[in-house]
Design a protein around this ligand. Structure first.
Ligand SMILES: C[S@@+](CC[C@H](N)C(=O)[O-])C[C@H]1O[C@@H](n2cnc3c(N)ncnc32)[C@H](O)[C@@H]1O
Length: 260
């Protein structure tokens, strides 16, 4: 992508830490905010990081959006995974270029987007969801970020089985992950990573008991992570008043080489 802003691409307009807007650059159009409007023609042909003055004389800084900037603006009919959980998944399941990843359910495609971004250019994400509406939303979202080409979206129930074999990583964000243990076992290659995200601790208990009864995996870790943003001003530096206190628990396991 060119370093100067082009017509038709998206730009991120930053007013301050909280207020930011993702805007499609169209010639002759204006973007209205409570701090005045911006002529989008002012941005086209300019480099990243410049300040653009609104009609009320307020500076907005303009950047190319990050993947998370796009994902935050996604159509979201489902709850989505947050960066803190996505980051742990990418690191602990060793997801990188060339990985073949199985995911269920896809939901709005937030996690799918980061998986696709990291397995490029030679890997593939096989994303299952039981709800055709969510598959279509995820397709639109992935298309917008240019990542759809790395993903196969499939309408299907992971509890009933999946088509893929020799998968490197299988990731579940479904209500009853214990029902998918056998399909995941069959799809993974020996040593493959099994990750599950669950919002409640009783789901985690049931999943761990079921994995132990199955005997095809070794559980590596069960964790919950927290992040806090800080307000920084001399003499007043402290955590922000609000935070995302709970999203869910992550379970990481690896497939054992057993004969059943
Ligand atoms: C919370 S959403 C997943 C959100 C997703 N991780 C994201 O970051 O956008 C859970 C999804 O699981 C899907 N689902 C529930 N049971 C399923 C099953 N048995 N097989 C496949 N998908 C399932 C639901 O339709 C829903 O879209």
């Amino acid at each position: 992508m060119s370093e100067l802003f082009c017509e038709g691409e998206y730009a991120l307009l930053l007013l301050d830490r909280r207020r930011r807007y993702l805007v499609k650059l169209e010639k002759g159009k204006r973007f209205h905010t409570h701090r005045g409007f911006l002529d989008l023609d002012q941005i086209i042909g300019r480099p990243e990081g410049v300040a653009i003055e609104s009609s009320m004389g307020v500076d907005f800084y303009v950047f190319k959006p990050s993947l998370w900037d796009y994902v935050e603006s996604y159509e979201r009919p489902t709850q989505i995974l947050y960066p803190k959980d996505i980051g742990f998944i990418l690191v602990y399941a060793d997801i990188g270029p060339g990985c073949r990843v199985l995911e269920a359910g896809v939901g709005s495609g937030a996690l799918t987007s980061f998986l696709a971004y990291h397995i490029r250019p030679t890997g593939r994400v096989y994303g299952y969801d039981v709800n055709p509406r969510f598959i279509e939303v995820a397709r639109r979202n992935l298309e917008r970020t240019g990542l759809l080409g790395y993903v196969e979206l499939k309408l299907g129930d992971v509890y009933k089985g999946v088509d893929e074999r020799d998968i490197d990583v299988a990731i579940l964000d479904v209500p009853s992950p214990w029902l998918a243990i056998d399909p995941v076992y069959r799809s993974l290659k020996p040593g493959g990573f099994f990750v599950s995200f669950s919002p409640t601790i009783d789901q985690v208990e049931k999943l761990v008991e079921s994995i132990e009864a199955h005997r095809g995996f070794i559980v590596l870790n069960v964790l919950e992570s927290f992040t806090r943003s800080y307000k920084v001003r001399r003499g007043e530096t402290r955590p922000e008043t609000t935070m995302i206190a709970h999203t869910g628990y992550l379970l990481f396991a690896r497939k054992l080489s057993l004969q059943f």
